[in-house]
Design a protein around this ligand. Sequence first.
Ligand SMILES: Cc1ncc(COP(=O)(O)O)c(C=O)c1O
Length: 357
Amino acid sequence: MRPLVATVDLAALRHNYLYAKQCAPERKAFAVVKANAYGHGVREAVTTLRDIADGFAVACLEEAIEVRAVHGEARILLLEGCFAAEEYLAAAQLRLDVAVQGEAQVEALLSASLVRPLNVWLKLDSGMHRLGFVAAKLRECFGALKQAPQVAELNLMSHFACADEHEHPLTRQQLEYFLSVQDLPVGQRSLANSAAILTLPAAHMDWIRPGIMLYGASPFADRSAASLGLKPLMTLTGQLIAIRDVPPGECVGYGASWIAGRPSKIGTVSCGYADGYPRHAPSGTPVVIRGQRVPLAGRVSMDMLAVDLSDLPAAQIGDEVELWGAQLPVDELAQACGTIGYELLTKVTPRVPRHYR
Ligand SMILES: Cc1ncc(COP(=O)(O)O)c(C=O)c1O
């Protein structure tokens, strides 16, 4: 069997969910489990949180169906709403909460004959300009949906664009814009993602929507998950499958981009970009072997990558190699590769087995 595994610590998920709730006392939380629970496995994530989560949030009906299969009762919010008119029928059958973010969705909802009314989250475009209505339009939609037989609760939500950046002026503007429709008699309000949960209590409203923090990664470029009190879930572990001596002047890997500047010991690791490890990770990016960081040497291949073991002479074939996880925060690797932990976690491919602890 190929020695590469993503170990997922489900106790850490419970810890991080409860921590999000502690940050926003008395509020309810939709645990955001879209994209296969950010790559960790949606069935296991929902099962782990089923007795403590107030609800779950997903990106589409297909993901909602997976959550409903594990949890018959949970509130499940479709963050982008329905993509086609017939999805409202399924949403009602599955007892979903749906975001309504555009006029076409309002029309489709008002024309639908549903088995039961839906909880609707009208989405305000408070400044991100991705989804949602400006305030005046939102008020119109509120009027149109208020008495509609298709609607049970009529709620309000929006989403931050820059809450992960310290004191970004847009965050304050978005919050003020959200509060400018405060007079509308909506049922529940929801605004905060992980960054706002951790740093902006004024945005907590009735329901928070923690995503990345549940998985023990940081939404902030300049604050580690550990310093925020979060525990990492996923550790991606491969193995040293070959070791060789490479004399000075000889190269390693595709493109011959890494050249030994000294007599070098090069290890080959059972992880590559087809597993989700970023191909653009530069030489020098750390991995951890025997508790010590050693640098990548040369380009990441599809199924393997090379590391320079010259400063770790004890390394042997069969040694475990941590690509990220408990000893090397995924955010640190992400930063070295010019991306974010979200991307690395969600891109671990299906061929990497997940082992749950
Ligand atoms: C609408 C919405 N709410 C909440 C979240 C969770 O955000 P985060 O993972 O930053 O907590 C997301 C994630 O992209 C989202 O799209």
